[in-house]
Write a protein that binds this ligand. Sequence first.
Ligand code: PLP
Length: 233
Amino acid sequence: MIHMNDIAENIRQIKERITNAAMGCGRSPKDVGLVAVTKTVSPEQIRKAAEAGLDCFGENYIQEADKKITALADIGVSWHFIGYLQSNKAKYAVRLFDLIHSVDSLKLAKELNRQAARHGRVQKILIQVNLGGEKTKSGAAKQAAEELIRDVAMLENLSVRGLMTLPPFFDAPEKVRPYFRQLAELRREIAAKNIANVEMDELSMGMTGDFEPAIEEGATLVRVGTAIFGERS
Ligand SMILES: *Cc1c(COP(=O)(O)O)cnc(C)c1O
């Protein structure tokens, strides 16, 4: 049972599990970043998490994030966008987020590029891949990912840093492992093509229920909400 006011203790446990999973497969724990997922979490709770040592937070909804990021401007943390992004919200996303995990179409990428150019900056992004082919989830199809990345690579104010996936839901983490492995393979395949303006350093995969197998398969960013902040209502 996870209690809201045990945030510092939850963080300690999650960090310990990340360290154990990384060391257990011969990786350095430093190579696995923790993105604390804060959709529906109050600014006060986020502040507690920052005080307990977290420095990277992930949000799913632009309006909610805008309010919280403004209220927490003083804590000096990094914000990532991990939710579905509509092109007409691109201008806000570019203003608010250091890394956008969920780019899955050329239309969205072009709009992010245009907005980033207006702000005179280069926006870091990941390409979201829908490995399960689920209609209810966003993400480029696996077969379409390389072509999308080649097109996005031409956009000067975007910088592709890697891949993200939100695999199908299973009650057992081991059932998700093949999807994590597929994303890691896709990353290797694309990295081997040496596409200009494309880095394949980041693999964003793994959540509360399955971040350990994700780390074993190569995750560099795990996105954990419930295990830190408790069940969302
Ligand atoms: C909500 C969410 C998470 C965190 O899920 P938990 O199971 O609470 O850890 C991770 N990634 C995405 C894209 C999410 O929407």
